[in-house]
Design a protein around this ligand. Structure first.
Ligand SMILES: [Fe+2]
Length: 263
């Protein structure tokens, strides 16, 4: 069986995340030889959003495209860029009129990779239904793609699993992002879709979901809306590698990655 690999890296948080990605992604690509690489970059701008220059850094490190989530709107200067590119997606289920695109098709060496970015609604903004939006986009793109991958940026494991089961057999992979904590429930669902509830973040090891513990503790003690700073210590890089049969495009394996950065 001829294999192909797809590498997906979880939420890159601030400078420590960027440093880890830039220093580790080339080695990971050498090791896994992925045909396609996705990076979630929504926390790359000091924890909140992404800038055009960080887009170039992440693509320069070896990503083929970038997914995002709820924080994508926090660096407003990215809005026109989001409208102009397919290389950065924002969740597809924002109402019409929001800048940017929620899905894209990327052709590499004759294989057409479709990527759909979605966002959950449980304990998040009440945007459009991610399940209905995924079905709608799939109807549009299934004849134009060989492989479809879905980044479900959401708080709720229940919502992520519901989406994955709804898409089972219709896409190759569904992976959750946003919580910054990697789950260890990687599996292939009965009809062949690979799923992991959350990839985990590429962010500082000594932190509360990437941010400085002192502020996190104080916010919890006082319930004040204190703004967090990204911790400055070296990151742990988190993600998955999917292995597929190159001919049938069936997923044969899903493997979690969680590696400490030296820088
Ligand atoms: Fe998020």
């Amino acid at each position: 069986m001829k294999q192909m690999n797809i590498l997906v890296i979880g939420d890159v948080i601030g400078q420590p995340g960027i440093r880890a990605l830039v220093s580790m992604l080339p080695g990971l690509k050498k090791h896994y030889n992925p045909d396609f690489t996705i990076v979630n970059g929504e926390n790359s701008a000091d924890g909140f959003g992404i800038t055009e220059s960080l887009v170039h850094t992440i693509l320069g490190a070896g990503a083929d495209m970038i997914t995002t989530g709820n924080h994508v709107w926090q660096q407003r200067e990215i809005f026109p860029y989001l409208d102009s590119t397919d290389l950065v997606l924002r969740p597809a289920n924002y109402p019409p009129g929001a800048p940017g695109k929620g899905f894209g098709i990327y052709e590499k060496k004759g294989v057409r990779f479709g990527v759909i970015n979605l966002q959950g609604r449980t304990r998040m903004w009440p945007i459009d239904c991610p399940l209905r939006k995924a079905r709608e986009i799939l109807r549009k793109i299934e004849s134009q793609t060989d492989i479809v991958l879905v980044d479900m940026h959401a708080e709720s494991p229940e919502e992520k699993e519901a989406l994955a089961w709804d898409l089972d057999g219709k896409v190759q992979g569904v992976f959750g992002t946003h919580t910054h904590i990697q789950t260890m429930d990687e599996r292939i669902l009965p009809k062949g879709t690979a799923f992991l509830t959350d990839l985990g973040a590429t962010g500082p090891r000594n932190s509360i979901i990437g941010f400085d513990p002192e502020t996190g503790i104080r916010r919890n003690l006082t319930q004040l809306p204190l703004k967090s700073e990204v911790s400055s210590n070296p990151a742990i890089l988190c993600g998955i590698v999917l292995t597929l049969d190159r001919d049938t495009k069936a997923v044969t394996h899903i493997k979690r990655i969680r590696e400490q950065s030296a820088v």
